[in-house]
Design a protein around this ligand. Sequence first.
Ligand code: FES
Length: 240
Amino acid sequence: MTTKNYDPAVLGRDRSAPPEPVFSDEQRSVALEIVGKYPNKRSAVLPLLFLVQSIDGYVSEAGMREVAHILELTSAEVLATGSFYTMLKKRPQGDYLVSVCRNISCTHRGSRRVIAALVDHLGIELDETTDDGLFTIEAAECLAICDGAPSMQISYEDFYNVTPESVVELVESLRAGEEVRSVRGETIKKSRAISYEIATAGLRVPGTAGDHQGRTIGGESPRADTAPSFRPKETGDVDG
Ligand code: FES
């Protein structure tokens, strides 16, 4: 993890609000609902950082300061917690985050060629975003879906057995505004929407993740249609 994108000035004991608030009045009331879920308000630091990410597209310096101010922490304490997690981004992201696994199973099954195809087709390097702001591509470590290698995620939803050709088709479908579904059947959403769902998980506030009860993000769902038999036959673990 790196902190080089942040102004060193925020790494001190500063607890003041940023000059320009990140949260609107409505977003601030959602933030306070999140804080209210926890007996110790500092426990809300991660969901509040996801709330910032749902607004700014990453954990901005101003957002970090605002979270620190709300939770009565220093900016350094917020940064120390938030910078540990790869899902909290340190620089602006595209609408869709494409994460291709490059760990051992996926590398053996061709993920380097998949990454090369994305780099070539989108004209960007890893950890860069297309000029139109649509796509950020990154290499991920094991996504825990090795049985579908080479595997990848878009906005944290899984895709198995991807190829250089299929990833190009996927990004072009998203660019065209078409509905794209993951291997679990979930419609691919924009990264900011996913951050908002994570931030507001368990809330009953209208318009928050309370509307998505029972849904999981990037993990196994309890629904019958996502049981192992739903997986592609190529993975070899099909019994139905
Ligand atoms: S090695 Fe790629 S998902 Fe595990």
